[in-house]
Design a protein around this ligand. Structure first.
Ligand code: IMP
Length: 422
């Protein structure tokens, strides 16, 4: 392991980052989350018990691992406390949790604003998770946001009152219920007491740990094509789930970063709206959804499914500096008779291998596919790449040849053991 290794989603999220994070986290001293909020969700199964994480880095399950929620995360304290309590009730130790003083807080008015904005978008809706993520980041960049450290300051009441006054004016315009600042202040002061023991200056902590030669694993949330700058805007989330967000959302610097793992599935999926070149709105797409259990961990929404898109993958590699790939669900795609791999787009009669996030181009591009034989059979017991059936090998070797990046992890089943590690 390098000083800092990073795990990022390569496409539209839900690539199965949790499984890789779980494996790498077992070797790290620190698990770090730097972006997003409880719009993310990953489930991990340990000894037959299922854990769903929305905010806390899942590395906390490994005894002794410090779990840090960095400054770039937006925190709904109610959700965080529920998550802490769930872990405690399952007998897990959470004393190793650390929360950045600089992380911004989600308030109930952010959640209602998220819903109101979606309502107003009509046909142009983004399909957000309705967790208040966008409005909270809006306040951060507008510089009226309220941070974790404000919970413990004399200014807290005034900050909430000012925000509630402003937001109520908008809610009044739309005949929506108004907020009572005093109730929010009281509720959040209770949260402040419950969270106090975990709150600290995580930037200085991280650098102290690095000086002590501790190993850090950064648990990316969401994914490259949902990035506010590099994704398919406006159908994106409101943060930078790419490598830049890891740096700004934690206080790490580039010098310490070693491997950047790009996680992907052997097919692709997307939740929410927005263009998706390899989407299959037919029986094959439905079959992939059922075989891969493609329903959201956070919202339970059915995911849109399609074939793997190597044009988009190459873009994710460029934007993030991905050094190794983790390919999940090889077993799932291997259940189809025929598999397709998108190796180029056709746009207005011209073939291109260059990815752009321009909405019109993405919507009008048609995938150009190469075909592979499926029916891989049962892969669940395979732990060495050389033991994979010929058809499966052909498929993964073509991916590596196209992007010129090695696949170091191959998921061959749902459990954490069902993985080929190179
Ligand atoms: P928001 O992050 O709730 O504002 O949602 C913006 C877009 O990002 C929507 O299309 C969501 O479905 C998508 N999104 C947000 N978080 C995740 C995630 O963890 N996995 C997959 N999609 C996500």
């Amino acid at each position: 392991m390098s000083k800092v290794d990073v795990v990022l989603g390569s496409f539209y999220g839900d690539e199965g980052k949790g499984k890789i994070i779980d494996y790498l986290g077992g070797r790290a001293d620190v698990a770090l989350r730097a972006t997003g909020g409880n719009n993310a969700g990953h489930s991990i199964e340990v000894d037959g018990e299922k854990f769903v994480f929305h905010l806390i880095p899942s590395g906390i399950l490994n005894k002794g691992t410090l779990a840090i929620i960095g400054n770039g995360v937006v925190i709904d304290p109610k959700v965080l406390i529920e998550e802490i309590n769930t872990l405690k009730n399952k007998g897990k130790d959470v004393s190793n949790l650390r929360i950045s003083t600089k992380a911004h807080l989600i308030f109930p008015y952010h959640i209602d604003m998220d819903k109101l904005l979606e309502e107003n978008r009509g046909d142009g809706k983004i399909g957000t998770t309705a967790r208040g993520i966008g409005p909270c980041y809006c306040d951060k960049y507008e510089r009226c946001g309220i941070r974790v450290e404000d919970l413990y300051s004399d200014k807290f009441g005034d900050l909430v009152r000012r925000n509630v006054d402003d937001k109520n004016k908008i809610f009044a315009l739309y005949n929506k219920p108004l907020y009572d600042a005093d109730l929010i202040i009281k509720e959040y002061q209770e949260y402040a007491n419950l969270l106090k023991e975990y709150v600290c200056d995580t930037v200085n902590l991280i650098h102290k740990l690095l000086q002590e030669d501790k190993k850090i694993i950064c648990e990316g949330a969401q994914a490259t094509l949902l990035d506010i700058d590099h994704g398919s805007y406006p159908y994106v989330t409101s943060s930078n789930p790419t490598i830049g967000g890891i740096i700004s959302g934690s206080g790490l610097n580039t010098k310490d970063i070693g491997e950047v793992y790009g996680v992907m599935k052997a097919y692709s999926s997307r939740v929410g709206e927005g263009p998706y070149v390899t989407e299959l709105t037919n029986q094959v797409g439905d079959k992939i959804r059922e075989l891969g259990h493609e329903y959201g961990a956070t919202t339970k929404r059915p995911r849109r499914c399609g074939y793997l898109d190597l044009v988009a993958l190459r873009y994710a590699i460029l934007v993030n500096g991905i050094t190794a790939l983790c390919l999940n669900h090889l077993d799932t795609i291997g259940k189809l008779d025929t598999i397709k791999l998108c190796i180029a787009y056709e746009y207005q009669g011209t073939k291109t291998e260059e990815f752009t996030t321009n909405e019109k181009i993405l919507r009008e591009s048609k995938p150009i596919y190469e075909e592979f034989k499926g029916n891989f059979g049962d892969l669940s017991q395979i732990r060495n790449r050389k033991d994979l059936p010929k058809n499966a090998l052909k498929y993964i070797e073509r991916i590596e040849e196209y992007v010129q990046i090695p696949i170091k992890f191959i998921g061959v089943g749902a459990s954490r053991e069902e993985m080929i590690i190179e």
